[in-house]
Design a protein around this ligand. Structure first.
Ligand code: ARG
Ligand code: ZN
Length: 856
């Protein structure tokens, strides 16, 4: 069954008020729902309430038990005569048997909910669509010893004791909300409390709820929450609106976190951190996700989505907001590099593959499949381009107008764009194409200059390749930040300007060009495009040394490396010496931030190199990349050792600051190159770091280095790590991932063995992703020439689909890349996809992903 955007109709019935009464129990929970329903417009249609996986016990209309209802599939259909009624239903659900982790489920002995996108229908009968907004009154009762804490959305209003060791609590959320934002949590939880005074002087009580043993790992998340609240006031003028804001961390969660009104529920990996168990990367991710979910209170909750086709309205915008927040906390340049690297690793391939879709899709079979890098990260890039085009002040005026106009309503992407247009006076007609057109645009740029003419001409062209279902593409609006440097003096020849490329081809003339110009283009990655320029290796090396835009400088080095590696992987002449020289220059540049250096000297990933090739050859890519790593390691060995020692000398004790993070990052990159050089003491050096580490960043980077090699220390470190952290699920996930991502000949066999490890389970999504997900992105191991990697992934996906279809369907992407490989590999990948499609009892999540991947 396909749902289409064009077929949207407003809801037949509204539900302005709902009261829920939960008699909680892990095996059998009773849910009584009282819905105040109101007929919309002039129609005679019955009330239709979505439902799934629940047992209906009774139905009343206006206080009277009725039995003239029917079930249309799982939808409860009630004929009603008047325009307003009170509907009461009672159902039973079984949280502890809910392995899909959608609706009400059990995690670590506690009960919690996940409703977005369509989980609420697994809790009670309701019009499960985001344009039905209700005020919620929630009562919960439960065994007091097992579930001492009872939380729901909004503010707590009353609580009390019951007979038989049970107790109850009531919560009320004054803000009308769609049911996907409903949440409750019941369990044994400790709280780290804080408070925040809003800009209008209201005090908000903050609480981070975790199991008691984890309470010392919540301080970073609490700090991040306070920082986010202040940031959203300062940058967007958005103030928090309830008296309490609670976050609960759970171990079993299908994705990162959920912005339920006043009661965020998080995957524990995005809350829990201390130096011994979390890396700098984890600390950064925690702050980013805490901010993201908090920012949803306005971009998502106060203004929500009319239908799920508008998902990027809240997700793209909120990712844009959390990225800007993170950029403000440390190095904005490094943050931009990381975000673009992430976009290229997951979104570009998606846009080039069988599952390509616009940020506002036109149809879906299962909406869970559309929580994608495209909706989130390309969505964020598109908001970023709007911010660039409008400029800071007009963009802020536009978002103010948007929040003001649509507060308390369910809006569309068009509403957002129209608000920006109205507030700025800037015509965004053509820009809107970004919302409907899939695929990554390719921009070519060539700069022509005749010596002595004083003029330079830049020829720009754009083209977006076809994507499934979209043969013909139109030109997009691409804001390109451009600057020209003089090749001899390294001085500015033409100052930075933002060119709006709107046509298929355009020419821009620069006057007063007194020396040969070098083009710096798409500075800051101002448009999410794939760029092809006629810049030489010398030009790129020049920009890598002199560009004053840090992103552009990084990008020039990456392009130089990429060109070299693609040539080497294709057995063509490759000037590796130029790369070594550029790396040496970057490493030696004392004006640069160590965090930037660490990013800039890293070679592009195997998969990104593959994305540049007509036919991906994983073995050749791996060999070329390893050879270049060895050359960089060997030639600059003394420099790496110096960099390693210098970044080591940061004083004692773990500090989470941009400076300390940067040094740790450079240290781990240096260690990687020392190991790549083949130095005989490399394993000993890594093992010493592993043992001496007072933080997980250093320990994990040492382990990663050891696992890549064949030393005795490798086995020792893996054992020590496992034993030391055997009671910490999040750290064990790292233990699995490091091995699944290892650049080794035997990784496939190791992963097959780890699948049988006693600590491995498919029922925990983090664990499944740590092993199967990580293996799927290991280019060389997954693409083993005998097809064993493809078979392994398909078997696991089929098994996981029976337990948790949503999590399983997300992991299929690597098999969908079959068109990018040689015929033998492509054929084996297709065979596995076909096997998945034919599996009896396959979920609709998996069916949609597998069948689309196969058909393309
Ligand atoms: N809204 C959540 C967030 O991005 C994610 C919900 C994901 N839902 C899903 N069905 N995949 O913050
Ligand atoms: Zn979100």
């Amino acid at each position: 069954h396909v749902t289409r955007r064009a077929e949207y109709t407003p809801p037949d019935w509204q539900v302005p008020e709902i009261a829920l009464d939960f008699a909680l129990d892990a095996a059998a929970t009773r849910v009584k729902a009282t819905l105040h329903v109101q007929r919309g417009d002039l129609h005679q249609r019955p009330l239709r309430l979505d439902g799934a996986s629940q047992t209906l016990l009774s139905v009343k209309v206006d206080g009277v038990a009725v039995n003239d209802w029917t079930l249309d599939g799982e939808t409860l259909v009630l004929p009603l005569s008047g325009s307003a009624h009170v509907i009461e239903t009672e159902v039973e659900i079984a949280p502890e048997r809910n392995t899909q982790l959608m609706g009400l489920y059990a995690s670590g002995g506690n009960l919690c909910t996940q409703c977005e996108a369509e989980g609420f229908r697994r809790i009670t009968y309701f019009p499960d669509r985001p344009d039905v907004l209700s005020r919620y009154h929630v009562r919960m009762s439960a065994d007091k010893a097992r579930y001492p804490v009872l939380l729901a959305n909004g503010d707590p209003i009353a609580a009390g004791e019951l007979e038989g060791g049970r107790h109850w609590a009531e919560w009320r959320d004054p803000f009308p909300k769609p049911c996907y934002l409903f949440a409750l949590v019941a369990g044994e939880l400790a709280v780290n409390r804080g408070s925040f005074v809003t800009m209008s002087g209201r005090e908000v009580e903050l609480g981070i709820w975790v199991r008691a043993a984890d309470i010392d790992r919540t301080h970073h998340a609490l700090d991040a929450l306070k920082t986010s609240m202040a940031w959203d006031e300062r940058v967007y003028g958005r103030e928090y609106d309830l008296d309490v804001f609670n976050i609960v961390a759970v171990d079993d969660f299908n994705f990162g976190a959920m912005e339920n009104k006043g009661l965020n529920v998080f995957n524990s990996r995005y809350i829990l951190a201390d130096p011994d168990t979390a890396t700098d990367y984890d600390y950064d991710a925690i702050a980013a996700v805490v901010a993201h979910e908090y920012f949803h209170n306005w971009s998502g909750n106060r203004v929500t989505c009319r239908d799920w086709f508008q998902l990027s309205l809240k997700e793209g915008f909120t990712v844009y907001r959390d990225q800007a927040f993170s950029a403000d906390q440390g190095s904005a340049a490094v943050k931009r590099i990381e975000d673009v690297r992430g976009l290229r690793a997951s979104q570009f391939p998606e846009d080039a593959g069988p599952l390509a879709h616009p940020i506002r899709p036109d149809e879906y079979q299962e909406i869970s499949n559309f929580y994608t890098a495209t909706i989130y990260n390309k969505g964020a890039e598109i908001i970023g381009m709007l911010a660039t085009i409008l400029g800071r002040e007009k963009f802020r005026a536009g978002t103010d107008l948007y929040f003001d106009r649509f507060d308390g309503t369910a809006a569309t992407c068009e509403d957002f764009v129209a608000s920006l247009e109205d507030a700025s006076g800037i015509d965004l007609t053509q820009f809107r194409r970004w919302y409907g057109q899939a695929g990554t645009p390719r921009v070519t740029a060539s700069l022509h200059h005749t010596e002595g003419s004083g003029r330079a001409e830049l020829v720009l062209a754009q083209r977006t390749p076809p994507t499934p279902g979209q043969e013909h593409k139109l030109p997009l609006v691409l804001p390109l930040r451009i600057k020209l440097f003089g090749a001899e003096t390294a001085q500015t020849v033409a100052p930075e300007q933002t060119i709006l490329l709107t046509d298929a081809e355009e020419r821009i003339v620069f006057e007063g060009v007194t020396e040969r110009p070098v083009l710096s283009i798409n500075r800051g990655f101002s448009a999410p495009a794939i760029l092809e320029t006629d810049r030489t290796a010398a030009d790129l090396a020049f920009l890598g040394a002199h560009d004053d835009d840090p992103f552009a400088r990084y990008e020039a080095l990456q392009q130089l490396m990429l060109d070299t590696l693609v040539a080497a992987a294709g057995n063509n002449r490759a000037d590796t010496a130029a790369v070594v020289k550029a790396v040496a220059g970057t490493l030696a540049d004392a004006t640069l931030d160590p965090a930037f250096i660490a990013e800039a000297v890293l070679l592009p990933s195997e998969s990104f190199i593959g994305d540049q090739m007509a036919v991906v050859d994983p073995e050749a890519i791996f060999r070329a990349r390893e050879a270049l790593r060895r050359e960089i390691g060997r030639t600059l060995e003394a420099d790496w050792r110096a960099a390693y020692d210098e970044s080591q000398a940061t004083g004692s004790g773990y500090v989470y600051s941009p400076e300390a993070k940067g040094l740790r990052r450079l240290k781990s990159v240096a260690l990687g190159y020392i190991a790549a050089s083949g130095a005989s003491d490399a394993a000993a050096l890594a093992f010493a770091q592993f043992e001496a580490a007072d933080n997980m960043t250093d320990r994990q980077s040492a382990l990663t280095t050891l696992v890549a090699g064949d030393s005795a220390e490798r086995i020792a470190a893996l054992d020590i790590f496992y034993n030391r952290y055997s009671d910490n699920a999040l750290v064990l996930d790292k233990w699995f991932s490091v091995q699944a991502m290892a650049p080794r000949d035997d990784t496939g066999a190791m992963v097959a063995e780890l699948l049988r490890h006693r600590a491995f389970t498919l029922t925990n999504p983090n664990r499944a992703r740590a092993l199967i997900g990580a293996f799927g992105v290991n280019q060389r191991a997954f693409n083993a020439v005998d097809g064993s990697g493809y078979r392994l992934l398909a078997e696991q996906l089929i098994a996981l689909d029976r337990i948790n279809p949503q999590t399983a369907a997300k992991l299929i992407a690597p098999l969908g890349r079959w068109q990018r490989y040689d015929a033998a590999r492509g054929g084996m990948m297709r065979a596995e996809l076909a096997r998945i499609v034919k599996t009896p009892g396959l979920s609709k999540d998996m069916f949609e992903q597998a069948s689309k991947s196969l058909d393309a």
